[in-house]
Design a binder for this molecule. Structure first.
Ligand code: NAP
Length: 497
């Protein structure tokens, strides 16, 4: 059992065998697996509720852009009774709270515990993990379920602190700010913005949309499931399974096109162009909204409401580029001042920092942050790291997807981590880490494969690619191939401690 142990520097040490960071899909899924394994564990959560992404992102219009029937944990945790094909964020949050309750996970979760540092002790073969509030945990296995998209990126635009109205990031949405009748600026036109824009346009007085790069946006029809269909999909395994599998394999086809047969992406280009033409009549606006890079290079988005919202007379698309912000609003590079009451930053997340926000020191006190800063973020099969024994990432480097559900990736990794823990126990060892040889070989091949994908060849600048020109964010093949690569543990790739 987890217990409070000896006292050091006036604080108690808390011992556990496995420590998980975060209570999103990753942390909760890992907790369920650790319960099955009979491994004593704690989950540290910086906030006061479970849910991760789906707790934090409460902006207007929030929904998952992967169909819901694929976007839940598998097996007994699979939910079929979703309200829509693309269900609202609040429903996903409700699902995660249900999962927490069903597995009685709250007794293992410590809320308000933000991890800031983790240090491997070579002699003890244990991680010492420190939180912002000064707690110290000692654990054999340290598993990060923090993911890559949890630190909002608010651009450092000159004068932004002088703005006199409300200003917030989509992931820090302030529901107390009533947008009704206000002049609202939305900066960014990515995955979050295309959900926010249509959902606020009707009630604002003016909507100023600042676009740096247009996105490819596919049309979509969001089905609402009547009660009886929801019941069938929730209670009868056959239809639930068929629907889930069909959605999975349709998305895998897109992944295959992005990684192996880019010529198929012409279908996405055609759909994107027709979505624009259907709703936008002004040829200049059509031109501004049409991306100059290949479909798939940045995340392909889906909405049939986005372009009608841009066509709304209340909306102005601004492509001049932002120069600075003044108390009254935003000044573009041509010197025009656009006065607004509220600024919404829909500008994405810090990606590399999301992996290194915890200071991690492994064998011989080596800093993982410094290693990654010098050479780029890199892990073995996206999960474990050489010379960092018993440190495992969920949705770590190169395991994001541009085409399918990341919950599937998380579950593949949970299975892999489970095998790593069992290997340590079966061998009477204390720790496990990949060999440098295996990690280097894996990453060399991965980067080779990525060179031929749409993310590297599509002619766009995206956050998938780091300062060294390497894509350290996405997996290089279909999700199924990743699952297959983790199905069976390759013992020769690891060393025991
Ligand atoms: P995003 O897709 O990266 O979009 C950020 C937008 O902000 C881009 O249009 C970017 O322009 C713009 N931008 C950034 N800095 C700017 C600046 N200084 N000035 C002007 N524009 C600026 O971010 P996001 O919408 O937060 O989505 C991030 C990721 O979260 C997505 O890719 C997806 O993986 C996930 N997400 C998922 C869902 C879902 O439904 N499952 C929903 C939302 C988000 P450039 O393109 O020129 O860089």
């Amino acid at each position: 059992m987890t217990h409070v142990g000896n006292v050091r520097d006036n604080h108690e040490l808390r011992f556990t065998r496995a420590l998980v960071i975060g209570t999103g899909f990753s942390g909760l899924g890992m907790g369920i697996e650790l319960q099955k394994l009979g491994v004593d564990f704690l989950i540290l959560e910086k906030a006061n509720e479970v849910g991760g992404t789906w707790r934090d992102n409460i902006y207007d219009g929030i929904a998952c852009d992967i169909p819901s029937h694929l976007y839940s944990l598998s097996g007994r945790e699979q939910k079929g009774g979703w309200s829509h094909l693309w269900s609202p964020g609040a429903e996903i949050q409700e699902y995660l709270m249900d999962v927490t309750k069903r597995h009685n996970l709250r007794r293992n979760i410590r809320f308000g515990q933000e991890v800031v540092r983790a240090q491997w002790n070579d002699q003890e073969a244990r991680w010492h993990v420190f939180t912002k509030t000064g707690e110290e945990y000692v654990t054999q296995f340290l598993i990060s379920g923090a993911g890559a998209l949890h630190i909002p990126m608010v651009p450092d635009i000159k004068g932004h602190e002088t703005f006199r109205g409300a200003a917030f990031h989509t992931a820090q949405w302030d529901p107390s700010v009533d947008l009704t009748g206000k002049r609202v600026a939305v900066i960014g036109t990515g995955a979050s913005a295309i959900q926010v824009v249509p959902s606020i346009v009707d009630r604002v007085a003016e909507l100023h949309l600042y676009q740096r790069t247009p996105a490819w946006v596919m049309p979509r029809v969001n089905l609402e499931f009547p009660g009886w269909t929801r019941w069938i999909l929730d209670h009868i395994p056959g239809p639930k399974r068929v629907l889930r599998d069909s959605i999975f394999w349709i998305h895998e086809f897109v992944g295959y096109a992005m990684t192996r047969r880019q010529r198929f992406l012409v279908i996405a280009k055609w759909l994107g162009e027709s979505n624009i033409k259907k709703h936008i009549t002004d040829p200049e606006l059509q031109r501004q909204l049409t991306p100059s890079y290949s479909a798939g290079c940045k995340r392909i988005l889906n909405s049939s409401a986005y372009y009608p919202a841009i066509a709304n007379p209340k909306t102005t698309l601004i492509t001049d580029g932002i120069d600075h912000i003044v108390p009254e609003g935003i000044v573009t590079r041509d010197g025009t001042l656009n006065e607004v009451d509220v600024i919404v930053y829909s500008t994405g997340f810090h990606v590399t920092d999301s992996y290194t926000y915890v200071t991690i020191e492994g064998e011989n006190g080596e800093s993982l942050g410094k290693r990654w800063d010098k050479k780029g973020v890199q892990a073995h099969r996206g999960v474990s790291v050489a010379n960092m024994p018993n440190l495992f990432f969920l949705l770590g480097p190169n395991t994001g997807l541009g085409h399918n559900s990341v919950v599937f990736m998380i579950e593949s990794q949970i299975h892999h981590i489970s095998q790593l823990i069992q290997t340590v126990d079966d061998n009477g060892a204390e720790g496990i880490a990949p060999t440098w040889e295996a990690q280097n070989r894996y990453n060399k091949k991965l980067q080779e494969d990525l060179k031929h994908t749409i993310w590297n060849t599509g002619g766009c600048k995206s956050w998938y690619v780091d300062k060294f020109g390497n894509n350290t964010t996405l997996w290089s093949k279909t999700a199924w191939r990743y699952w297959r690569s983790l199905k069976r543990l390759r013992h020769s790739e690891f060393q025991l401690y």
